[in-house]
Design a protein around this ligand. Structure first.
Ligand SMILES: NC(=O)c1ccc[n+]([C@@H]2O[C@H](COP(=O)([O-])OP(=O)(O)OC[C@H]3O[C@@H](n4cnc5c(N)ncnc54)[C@H](OP(=O)(O)O)[C@@H]3O)[C@@H](O)[C@H]2O)c1
Length: 324
């Protein structure tokens, strides 16, 4: 199935999530406000944030400035953020959400996701914000907390009841966890956000989720790119997707960049993308994913690059094997 859609329609609300967005992980604080204004000027309408990215205040400055300068109205943009792992207890969900809302300087969010199905010991924001993975800020071990996904999800549902967030969803969940969540959810997840690139296609998970009317957003569309600097061994060793022969041959044929091919491979299959770039030219070209279409054979040959390489794996980084 191929699609030329520019939006994904979310269950329950019917809200339209743009299929091409911008991700804000690793956008430095110092340039985050300017980057946000530039990405909105470049036509992006979906901003993918998280408390863990440590730049929500500066991203909020950018949103406010873009609205003031008449680049966009608030209702024209789709703002996503994510609940961090240390805030899974029911009494911590709302304060964590309110901090994000205040930093992003918004009255409401369009989408709020549980960042990982991992519950870590609470860290008071006055001690460290964002808290990241280690309770003492140093490691080497994470401190897990005994909180169920059900408790966290019910607190997420209360955020919807309060009118402060329109849609809620999940990230880095596998199919078994989603099947369980659907048994008790009063409000079904609107979106699943997962690592998704030709080395990690996860077609069974995507089919299951899309069949259940949950929209899929893929992150790390360029594969290993973001994880090389984090020292992920198999990221350093595997051939970069933007230089892969299969991808570059298709990009030459369509006269687009290899990155655009990787993004189009996802969007044509109804999967939203949220590439990040700190480079103005790449940022602009990554947005142009609607001016060409891949053939069914091209999509098939890209999907055939699957080799099971997962780069964002808490099992690898923190010995918390959620995908084992
Ligand atoms: N839910 C989660 O757990 C989770 C995890 C990871 C990411 N995310 C979200 O997904 C977003 C994107 O993921 P990501 O940052 O891992 O990866 P990405 O967008 O796949 O890749 C970003 C990397 O690719 C480079 N790049 C960007 N455009 C390029 C192009 N046209 N050609 C060649 N290289 C290019 C960037 O460098 P330059 O900046 O120098 O261009 C950067 O090194 C994040 O910002 C975040 O919002 C979510």
């Amino acid at each position: 199935m191929t699609s030329t859609a520019t939006h994904l329609t979310l269950n329950r609300t019917g809200d339209k999530q743009p299929i091409s967005g911008f991700g804000l992980w690793k956008v430095p604080k110092e340039s985050a406000a300017d980057t946000v204004v530039n990405v909105l000027k470049a036509g992006y309408r979906l901003l993918d944030n998280a408390a863990d990215y440590g730049n929500e205040k500066e991203v909020g400055d950018g949103i406010v400035r873009a609205i003031k300068e008449g680049v966009v109205k608030r209702e024209e943009i789709f703002v996503t953020s994510k609940l961090w792992n240390t805030n899974h207890a029911k009494e911590h969900v709302r304060p964590a959400f309110e901090r994000t809302l205040k930093d992003l300087q918004c009255d409401y969010l369009d989408l709020y996701l549980i960042h990982f199905p991992i519950s870590l010991k609470y860290v008071d924001p006055a001690v460290r914000y964002p808290p990241e993975w280690y309770y003492d800020g140093k490691g080497p071990n994470c401190t897990l907390e005994n909180i169920t996904i059900r408790e966290t999800w019910e607190a997420m549902e209360e955020l919807v009841d309060s009118g402060l967030v329109k849609n809620i969803g999940i990230s880095n969940f596998n199919a078994a966890l989603i099947q369980d969540l659907l048994k008790y959810a009063r409000i079904k997840p609107a979106v699943l956000q997962i690592e998704h690139h030709p080395y990690l296609v996860q077609q069974d998970l995507i089919d299951y989720v899309q069949k259940n009317d949950i929209a899929v957003t893929g992150y790390s569309s360029f594969g290993a790119q973001s994880y090389i600097e984090l020292g992920v061994d198999h990221a350093i060793k595997c051939p970069p997707l933007v230089q892969h022969d299969v991808i570059t041959a298709i990009s030459k044929k369509h006269n687009v960049t290899p990155a655009q091919v990787l993004l189009r491979w996802a969007t044509q299959r109804n999967i939203a993308v949220i590439p990040k770039s700190n480079n103005p030219e790449r940022l602009a070209s990554n947005r142009d994913v609607f001016s060409f279409n891949l053939s069914a054979d091209e999509i098939k040959s890209i999907s055939a690059l699957e080799n099971g390489h997962r780069f964002n794996d808490p099992g690898f980084f923190f010995d918390i094997p959620i995908y084992a």
